[in-house]
Design a protein around this ligand. Structure first.
Ligand SMILES: [Zn+2]
Length: 334
């Protein structure tokens, strides 16, 4: 069970307790491009907020309050842009779609389903813009959202840092114990911050651990890359969903045997390996999208629980679109 800031209280009709690892079997059956099968997954059609309580459809403002409870904006990094991107506070929200990226294909899916809110991990507009003309793809997304009456909310580094956030889900899916943040949050609970480090119940060979990492990830073209001795035993594991090469110093001081993150580039990665002289920390580089996609189902469940607890009813679904940018890979064949 992945912890959340607000412990679940409402009955989610069987979705309660679903972990990221529990959806692996569905992922493995997916087709190459779409993360197929997900469209029917993690749909929390809530039954209402308790006996005798009338159910109500929340407004955008109601959902924002619930989001703030789970993933407070105060946990976001200073450079980030989180919160409401498009939408009116008083508009009703009957259907919410969770996604890693607010891409055009995700928008197609959302509007076809009739979503009235998209919760996206990555910001559509991280950097300032001077136009949202529909001739550009970001402006087109903004136009389509407004024309369809669909709100867009970003839960980015606040979703990384919070209890039950992206790296907590990754740590949970890998079976880590005694998990702590790699970089504790300045404004959060002691267990909040960027990245996590914890221990496996028993040491395993790096090659076997890499297989375990591969098994929890969605099927993406890039697969999983590993630096280190395949037969070396690892027990202490650091993780950071998304791009984590800014945390190498923290990883070293945590005494992690292996670091699982995404977007590792040549120079930072090779310098870590040179400094380690063949020893720890080993590196496991996974899909940026995949490492964050794992969070969507627990996040959707947590939001559904908070809303149900307040007597709101809304459909919540995880996008079935694979927004990993890579389509195929060539390797020497090992
Ligand atoms: Zn990311």
């Amino acid at each position: 069970m992945i912890p959340v800031r607000n412990p679940p209280r409402a009955n989610l009709g069987g979705l309660e307790g679903r972990s990221a690892a529990g959806i692996t079997g569905v992922m493995e059956q997916n087709e190459q491009r779409a993360v197929a099968g997900l469209s029917g997954l993690a749909v929390a059609t809530l039954e209402g907020g308790g006996s005798g309580q009338a159910v109500r459809v929340p407004t955008v403002g109601d959902v924002l309050v619930a989001i703030e409870e789970l993933w407070p904006e105060s946990l976001a990094e200073g450079w980030d842009a989180v919160g409401l991107v498009a939408g009116r506070s008083g508009n009703p929200v009957g259907k919410i779609l969770f996604t890693v990226d607010p891409s055009g294909a995700v928008l197609d899916e959302a509007l076809e389903w009739g979503a009235t809110m998209i919760v996206s991990h990555h910001p559509l507009l991280l950097k300032p813009v001077s136009t949202v003309a529909a001739s550009g793809f970001k402006g087109d997304v903004v136009h389509r959202l407004i024309e369809a009456g669909c709100a867009l909310v970003t839960v980015h580094t606040n979703g990384d840092s919070a209890v039950g956030g992206v790296s907590d889900v990754l740590a949970d899916a890998l079976g880590l114990q005694d998990v702590k943040p790699l970089a504790p949050a300045a404004n959060g609970l002691p267990e909040e911050g960027i990245g996590r480090v914890g221990d496996l119940a028993t040491p395993v060979a790096l090659g076997d651990f890499a297989e375990a990492v591969f098994s929890i990830m969605p099927a993406v073209a890039g697969g999983v890359r590993v630096a280190g001795d395949k037969d070396a035993l690892v027990r202490r594991v650091a993780v950071c969903g998304g791009a984590g090469d800014s945390l190498f110093d923290r990883v070293r001081s945590s005494d992690a045997d292996v670091y699982v993150t995404a977007d590792l580039r040549h120079h930072p990665a090779s310098e870590v390996r040179e400094a380690a002289a063949g020893g720890t920390p080993y590196l496991i580089d996974v899909s940026h999208f995949g490492s964050e996609w794992l969070w969507l189902t627990p996040a959707a469940d947590a939001l559904g629980t908070v809303l149900a607890d307040r007597g709101f009813t809304t459909d919540i679904r995880v996008s079935g679109v694979n927004t990993d940018p890579w389509d195929f890979v060539l390797t020497p064949g090992h």
